[in-house]
Ligand binder design. Structure first.
Ligand code: FES
Ligand code: FES
Length: 897
């Protein structure tokens, strides 16, 4: 022990005992290979950054998600919370250390079970599953649920991951041969995902898995306050620190400083003298040789603030004399604009005569519902790498639309489009939260200015603080029906909190307003919505796109109206369900493929069974959701086919964020041409090669990119029918583009076509006497299931998300600052998700657009909240008006203040 200390004389002649620098090596065994490190660090950093094992994913670095799971001495363990100094003599195993047989079995079992969506959680799940199988070769589903209960999957709802582990255990236990996958790739087949093997083994790359020679690390200096005036930014000390290459501030942005999807109201960095508008605002970017050096320098950037009182709610924002959040102005549609008030967007849907409708109503239900913001919690935090290439800049990132970033980066850097290239890495989930720019512009800027590759990543908490959330809304709603329960009219007022920046707050509010009428046949609606700026984190797109909120409100009242009429919630919906040829509340005539009533018929038996039971309570809700952007806006999908080396290269920039669009496009090409999957290669989105197919949003890519793929494939088929072989068509490219004209909002047409199609659905949520959810039944009209397994996975994942929204997930804020971490968000775990019974209803013309598919990505998560509100009301008679629902098995009643 004494050897660790030395006795030294100071300049004043005083003897001082000092701790001696002791040189120590940290030893660790990974996959049977011994390694040493001079520095102590987290095992995850060592595996990823030092020895290059990228199957260990960084989802949080807080011990909360399980994406970094490894096996240490036979126990599944999170690598991010293990220090090398505690691993002396221990044996670490990752997927790379599994036997070939184990790896092959796991790839087959997870692929065939449809366990993979975005894939970011999957290596962690595979590792946890393999560890369980080592200890218990014949696990039950419950054993598996427990084994993966500390691993979060935000995409799948866990069931198919459990199926994958069950199948792998059986194959390993019984030493079964791996069956040959004989896939035609035809529409309707459960074709395995094209990207599954790489995601399962963890070899496929997300943005953070890329590194380059001489790469630097950029780190944002974020605001300390949601609202404060920035008096000064002193970068002097930071610039002198070891490894620091540069510190950039607002003045270093060469192009247009304001970014944003529609309104360019979001400054890339806040300048001295300006006000911060939310906690996610960036004041400076530090660039250094290592991440540690960048982090240290961020702390050394000295910012002087004048702290100001933030505007924390839309009601405060709307009050007379409220602080004007964007009083400094911003660019909107190419013009500098100083908004007159905090009102960001106003939307209206008015048809018929609502007053007369209520006068004709025998029963009325009304109420005001309070709905919180929701965090997307995609498992992959945001990362981008900017790479200089001559006088051009390439950016590798995970995003929901590379062309959105392409155009915005051109403005931000002041570079023409031809000097930019955006290449998509795998996208570890998005759910709407990766539509806006986050790290891409900063990585591009740093690479442009330093002339070296620069990686910019958010930590999990930075991700939570920065990206736009699901909008918090307050919704007043009133509906009326006649004595037979036939709906007469609806009045609604929606107030939405779009936070500091507009993002997609306008269209989200518009969809909430256009869908609050529900999938029913009545014509009198009076809906108004207002979205206000506040100093809260921005709100934008989130799976459901406003419809989740409006369904959460109105479907509770539909159930109340059913009770007042004296009929069941099922019967009430069946009487009112929109049928082909009838007009929706927004005026659009329902097409022949409309199968709303069929979704109700599919759940009827289960509804009646549980309604008659004394031991269970069944809640019901229905919904409709548009496919495509619609409302008169351009909405093109694109997919080209190019023959290279005798294979069909499928080229589309439609982002695969977990929904499986690449496999869908492949199946459409196989169906159309008669080719098989092994004759096709999917090219990941890249502005250099793949055409702009718009953003992955609005459940649109299956329809729009899908029909574009079909059109290109028809041209290829014509050549193949002409006795040409693929080899004869080398380098020939077939262009596929599809757009669909819709009518704008406020169209004078009596029956405007707002969207190309609507999907319809009914879901049942069943709780037991203790209030625990024991089963979900989900019936979905999706037109046509291109890949039924993928569609089922969308339903299961969406239902799991809806369970969280209804029961456990909250996003409390204090002075505009989130009071949550990933581990406290309340995301449903494997042990909490009940069995989900899915019914896929295919009524569309199979020869129609995209073989009749309508898209299913968003509607799946819209019905859980009102259905569960209904189930708990049946249990205890309390009609709940806010989410997450209180006084349930999952969340106790808040004590009165
Ligand atoms: S990265 Fe280790 S638990 Fe999330
Ligand atoms: S597949 Fe599990 S988080 Fe996406």
């Amino acid at each position: 022990m004494l050897n660790d200390f030395s006795i030294e004389t100071t300049t004043q002649g005083v003897l001082e005992i000092k701790k001696r620098e002791v040189f120590h090596m940290f030893n660790v065994s990974v996959n049977g290979q011994d390694y040493s490190s001079e520095r102590d660090m987290s095992l995850m950093d060592f595996l990823r950054d030092v020895i290059g094992i990228i199957s260990v994913k960084n989802g949080c670095k807080e011990g909360a998600c399980g994406t970094c799971t490894v096996i240490i001495d036979g126990k599944a363990t999170r690598a991010c919370v293990q220090k090398l100094s505690r691993l002396e003599g221990k044996k670490v195993q990752t997927i790379e250390g599994f036997t070939h047989r184990e790896r092959d079995v796991l790839v087959y079992a997870f692929s065939a079970s449809g366990a993979v969506q975005c894939g970011f959680c999957i290596p962690g799940m595979v590792t946890a599953g393999k560890c369980l199988i080592d200890q218990n070769p014949d696990p039950t589903r419950d054993d598996i649920k427990k084994a993966i209960s500390t691993n979060i999957c935000r995409c799948t709802g866990y069931a198919k991951i459990e199926d994958g582990i069950l199948l792998a255990a059986k194959m390993l236990r019984e030493n079964l041969e791996i069956p040959e996958l004989k896939q035609t790739g035809k529409v309707g087949e459960k074709t395995c995902r094209v990207d599954a093997p790489g995601k399962i083994l963890g070899t496929a790359k997300y943005a953070d898995d890329y590194s380059f020679e001489g790469m630097l690390y950029g780190k944002n200096v974020f605001s300390k306050y949601a609202r404060a005036k920035v008096l000064s930014i002193d970068t002097g000390i930071a610039l002198e620190m070891p490894g620091v290459v540069a510190v950039y501030t607002a003045k270093d942005i060469p192009g247009k400083r304001y970014i944003g999807h529609l309104a360019q109201d979001w400054p890339g960095m806040i300048d001295i003298g300006e006000e911060t508008k939310c906690i996610g605002d960036t004041l400076a970017i530090v660039v250094a040789e290592t991440m540690e050096q960048a982090l240290a320098a961020v702390k050394a950037v000295e910012v002087e603030y004048e702290e100001l009182t933030p505007v924390c709610s839309p009601r405060e924002a709307a009050a007379p004399g409220a602080h004007q959040i964007h009083g400094e102005g911003f660019m909107q549609f190419g013009k500098f604009n100083i908004p007159e008030s905090n009102l960001f967007s106003h939307q209206e849907v008015k048809r018929g005569d609502v007053d007369a409708a209520f006068a004709n109503s025998i029963h009325i239900a009304e109420g005001t519902f309070k709905l919180p913001p929701t965090e997307h919690a995609f498992m992959e935090p945001e990362t981008a790498v900017g790479i200089p290439d001559g006088d051009c800049i390439k950016v590798i990132t995970g995003s929901q639309g590379i062309y959105d970033k392409y155009h915005e980066l051109s403005n931000y850097l002041g570079l023409p489009l031809e000097k930019l290239r955006i290449q998509s890495a795998l996208v570890g989930g998005g759910f709407g939260g990766k539509e806006d720019m986050s790290v891409q512009h900063q990585a591009a800027l740093c690479a442009y200015l330093t002339k070296r590759p620069v990686k910019v990543s958010f930590t999990r908490q930075e991700s939570i603080n920065y990206h736009p959330k699901r909008h918090a809304m307050e919704i007043y709603c009133k509906i009326g029906c006649d004595e037979n329960g036939m709906l007469q009219g609806l009045k609604a007022k929606l107030i939405s909190d779009t936070g500091a920046y507009g993002s997609l707050g306008g269209p989200v509010l518009q969809r909430a307003c256009t869908h609050i009428g529900g999938p029913y046949n009545y014509q009198n609606v009076d809906v108004e919505g207002n979205a206000y700026y506040t100093n809260n984190p921005p709100a934008g797109a989130f799976r459901g796109f406003g419809v989740t909120q409006s369904v959460a409100a109105v479907e509770c009242l539909v159930n109340q109206l059913a009770e007042k009429t004296g009929i069941s919630g099922w019967e009430f919906r069946y009487r009112n369900a929109i049928r082909p040829g009838q007009s929706l509340p927004n005026g659009q005539i329902a097409d022949q493929g409309t199968a709303m009533a069929e979704t109700l018929e599919a759940v009827k038996k289960e509804f009646e069974k549980y309604e008659a039971s004394n031991n269970y309570f069944v809640g019901i809700a229905s919904a409709m959701k548009n496919a495509g952007i619609g409302v008169g806006l351009p909405d093109a999908g694109r997919c080209n086919l190019k023959i290279i080396d005798g294979k069909v290269n499928v080229r589309s920039s439609a982002a695969a964020i977990g929904q499986g669009i690449h496999t869908v496009l492949l199946q459409i090409v196989c169906e159309t041409t008669g080719l098989t999957p092994d004759q096709l290669v999917f090219i990941t989105p890249d502005t250099k090669y793949t055409p702009d197919s718009g953003t992955t949003t609005a459940s649109r890519q299956t329809v729009f990119a899908g029909q574009a793929a079909h059109k290109a494939a028809l041209k290829l088929k014509a050549d193949l029918d002409n006795e040409k072989k693929l080899e004869d068509l080398e380098n020939k490219e077939y262009i596929g583009e599809f757009d669909f004209k819709t009518d704008p909002m406020g169209s004078p047409k009596p029956n405007p076509v707002s969207h190309i199609a609507y999907g319809y659905a009914t879901q049942l949520f069943i709780i037991n006497k203790e209030g625990k959810v024991v089963k979900v039944v989900a019936a979905h009209d999706l037109g046509r299931a291109i890949n039924p397994q993928t569609a089922e996975g969308q339903v299961e994942g969406g239902v799991a998300m809806a369970l969280g929204y209804a029961l456990t997930e909250d996003f409390p804020l204090k002075n505009g600052i989130p009071q949550v971490k990933l581990g406290t968000l309340g995301i449903f775990k494997s042990t909490q998700v009940p069995p989900i019974e899915t019914h896929l209803i295919e009524k569309n013309d199979p020869n129609g657009i995209a073989y009749g598919a309508k898209g299913i990505g968003e509607i799946v998560c819209t019905m859980g909240a009102p259905a569960l509100q209904n189930a708990y009301y049946k249990k205890d008679g309390i009609f709940r008006y806010s989410l997450p629902l209180e006084n349930t098995w999952y969340r106790k009643l808040k004590p009165a203040k």
